[in-house]
Design a protein around this ligand. Structure first.
Ligand code: IMP
Length: 198
């Protein structure tokens, strides 16, 4: 049987990264739009794993292809793991990230360096045509800086300090970030699971 992978996202940036990492599987990878699947999915799970499973399962109802879906976000220990699964919706979906980031820095004002630990989390679920599914989770560990820095990346990258590189994740190149990122690592893990089903 000819295989195909559909990734449940409308985000072109994610599709580029996904195609790069899954490229050596030699299986076509399509976005939902490319696969003509137009459905709205409510992400009402309480964990990243749950949300990725909800998305992948819903999309799999519309296709015979292998379906992948991810859910990601930032967990800040001093803020009780906020914004967590609400990362995209934190302070409102349409609020610019410089405002979200400023607010986090203000809330963290009196938190000492060693207590500023945080992580980006990414869960990815694969649903296979036989109905079996597998969910993986990976993280990128770091600290919330005292000020925003860097122009690369997106979202919370400017306030996320990466000890390994002594800079924020918005100061990493895309290649550097993909190697160590939560999404990069989760994609490598799910790739191994897909290989078992080809
Ligand atoms: P989703 O997985 O597309 O729902 O995105 C979740 C949200 O988490 C994004 O909108 C960002 O706010 C945040 N996020 C996830 N990954 C990253 C990252 O690599 N850098 C910065 N923010 C991220």
């Amino acid at each position: 049987m000819e295989h195909k992978i559909i990734f449940a996202t409308g985000n072109e940036g994610k599709m580029k990264e996904i195609r790069e990492i899954l490229g050596d599987l030699k299986v076509p990878v399509e976005s939902m739009k490319e696969a003509n699947i137009d459905i709205d999915i409510e992400e009402n799970g309480t964990t990243f794993e749950e949300n990725s499973l909800i998305k992948a399962t819903e999309v799999a109802k519309h296709t015979e292809a292998i379906v992948l879906a991810d859910d990601s976000g930032l967990e800040i220990d001093a803020l009780d793991k906020e914004p967590g699964v609400h990362s995209a919706r934190y302070l409102g979906e349409d609020t610019p990230y410089d405002i979200k980031n400023k607010e986090i820095l203000i809330r963290m004002d009196d938190v000492s360096w060693t207590k500023r630990t945080a992580r980006f989390v990414c869960a990815i679920t694969a649903v296979f045509p036989d109905g079996l599914h597998k969910t993986v989770r990976a993280t990128m560990e770091g600290l919330i800086g005292y000020e925003a820095a860097g122009e690369n990346g997106f979202g919370y990258d400017p306030i996320f300090y990466v000890p390994e590189f002594d800079c924020t994740s918005a100061q990493l190149t895309m290649e550097q970030k993909n190697k160590i990122s939560h999404r990069g690592k989760a994609l490598e893990m799910i790739k191994e699971e897909i290989k078992k089903h080809l």
